[in-house]
Design a protein around this ligand. Structure first.
Ligand SMILES: [Zn+2]
Length: 242
């Protein structure tokens, strides 16, 4: 495995090149890493050409989906700040204490955060966003479950085991073969129609565990204008984050 860095739009992405026993090449991108898997049977020239093609593809992918692949600076949370999550507003009360752990409680729409003072600014920001996300998730989970069940009744009629709402900044949701659906708390920032789309997307995965034609046909049947919601996510997804 070799490592190099490429810059796209002023941000560094680590390139991981993995040459292995496989038939075809594969490239994937996340917010930090571009992974390139190549078959070990290629000649030096073929390898070079393939890598070049993959780099161009990855660069294009990042440029086309700024909301998905570009990292943003950490959010700054201050005592007294108001944060807007979907249609709701929350007030933050933040206090620092000389202790090792951080905690939070919610009273109405006020969040009381008790944060360890023995942390770096970056750690503090991460603690705060995780705590806020968890508190709001606890409050909103029944509502999310209810809507997932409604949409399931209307369009899918599948067995759903459990619905989870987790603090996760890199994706929107996933579903397991057992029938559990996991949503990222990012979904709480989405407008109602996009929220429905994200639910429908995961519900469709209960039947099709991939992004095949059949999968998109199921999504389209439940939501004919789903492409507009995808567009909204591409353009606004980056700001949907605690
Ligand atoms: Zn999917």
């Amino acid at each position: 495995m070799k490592t190099e860095i490429i810059k796209v739009n002023g941000e560094d992405y680590q390139v991981r090149i993995i040459i292995e026993d496989r038939i075809d090449s594969k490239v994937s991108v996340n917010q930090k890493i571009i992974s390139m898997h190549l078959p070990d049977c290629l000649s030096r020239e073929e390898l070079f050409r393939e890598l070049l093609k993959m780099k161009l593809w990855a660069r294009q992918k990042i440029l086309e989906n700024p909301g998905k692949f570009q990292r943003r600076p950490l959010k700054e949370y201050k005592d007294g700040h108001e944060i807007v999550v979907g249609s709701e507003k929350y007030t933050l009360r933040i206090q620092h204490f000389d202790k090792s752990s951080s905690s939070a409680r919610m009273d109405g729409n006020t969040l009381f955060l008790s944060i360890s003072s023995n942390l770096t600014e970056m750690q503090k920001s991460k603690h705060i966003s995780t705590l806020i996300s968890r508190c709001i998730a606890r409050k909103k989970l029944p509502e999310v479950k209810k809507r997932v069940e409604e949409l399931n009744r209307l369009y899918f009629q599948k067995d759903i085991k459990k619905v989870f709402l987790k603090h996760n900044q890199s994706n929107w949701g996933s579903c397991s073969e057992k029938g559990n659906i996991n949503f990222s708390t990012r979904l709480l920032f989405a407008p109602p129609d996009v929220f429905d789309y994200l639910c429908i997307h995961e519900l469709a995965h209960l039947s099709e565990q991939n992004h095949s034609k059949q999968f998109w046909a199921l999504v389209e049947k439940a939501m004919p204008d789903y492409k507009e919601k995808e567009k909204w996510i591409k353009e606004n997804g980056a700001s949907c984050n605690f």
